[in-house]
Ligand binder design. Structure first.
Ligand code: PMP
Length: 283
């Protein structure tokens, strides 16, 4: 097949995208699939309209004009002699060093390929399909460390635009976790409270190490869900992750936690964590 990548027509095995592309690292990309019958595009206006809406929704600018886009579709059909099948088009935000916060000057990655599919003479149209039912778990399996990070990335940009450092996500009135870290509080009576493990949050490795260190240090630990209000009213709060270790959180939605400074117990846990890690770090 001849495929399209960023202004070039290439044999399919020569089209290469950076491993730093945000489509690859953050699922930060949108796509469209348009059917082709007899070399003609079906429902093309609907697909381009949705393409524009999707790009607009996540703040990627359209890398080509409408005329160029239509021309790319015609050309890819023609170059591949496609009679019946699909045109796949994907636009990612582009490539840069991995960061949930992205730059505004990235060049989007535009790729297209065709697939031959017998759309009209589809045997399943004769027999019909058997289906199974499942809970709609899309975006709901956060215990799996997937690269489906577009929402987290956009949330972190929103935090930045509102003068904050990070986001804590809330579901059914209860905090799940931060955008890329687990979230914990220390109550006024000195109990470390952290949400119990489930598919609502990533099972942080740092969280787990910190909890066992906290127990060793005779801190009381409770694993349960809690609200934003309870967190705002706590003595201290912090997040944990491989990249942030134990990081104090001093306000939520503008409301200070404790005296609005990093908590003493939090900083002690940070020290204990770092000391323990350095003593066990592997060569
Ligand atoms: N939650 C989310 C959503 C994360 O992305 C991360 C960091 N990768 C964490 C929690 C913390 O996990 P860990 O301590 O294993 O880095």
């Amino acid at each position: 097949r001849t495929v399209y990548l960023n202004g070039q027509w290439l044999p399919e095995d020569q089209a290469k995208v950076s491993i730093f592309d945000r489509g690859y690292v953050f699922a930060d990309a949108i796509y469209e699939v348009t059917a082709v019958i007899g070399g003609k595009l079906l429902d093309y206006p609907g697909h381009t309209a949705r393409l524009k809406r999707s790009l607009e929704a996540i703040g990627i600018s359209m890398p080509v004009s409408e005329d160029e886009l239509l021309d790319l579709h015609h050309t890819i059909v023609e170059k591949n002699g496609l009679d019946q099948g699909l045109v796949y088009l994907q636009i990612s935000r582009g490539a840069e060093d991995r960061n949930f916060l992205f730059s505004d000057n990235l060049t989007p990655t535009l790729s297209m390929f065709t697939q031959v599919v017998p759309l009209l003479a589809n045997p399943k149209a004769e027999t019909g399909l058997a289906v199974i039912s499942m809970p709609d778990g899309r975006w709901a399996n956060r215990q799996i460390k997937t690269v489906q990070l577009l929402y987290s990335s956009l949330a972190k940009m929103e935090a930045k635009n509102r003068g904050a450092d990070d986001v804590i996500f809330v579901e059914d009135g209860l905090i799940t976790e931060a955008s890329s870290a687990n979230f914990h509080i220390i109550t006024k009576s000195g109990v470390l409270v952290t949400r119990q493990l489930s598919n609502a949050l990533l099972h942080g490795i740092t969280r787990s190490s910190v909890l066992s260190l906290a127990l060793t240090a005779q801190l009381k630990v409770e694993e349960r869900a809690f609200s934003v209000e309870e967190a705002q009213d706590a003595a201290e709060a912090f997040i944990t992750s491989a990249g942030a270790f134990v990081m104090p959180v001093v306000s939520i939605d503008g409301t200070s936690i404790g005296d609005g400074k990093p908590g003493k117990t939090t900083l002690r846990i940070r020290e204990i964590y770092i000391e323990d890690q350095l003593s066990r770090a592997m060569a």
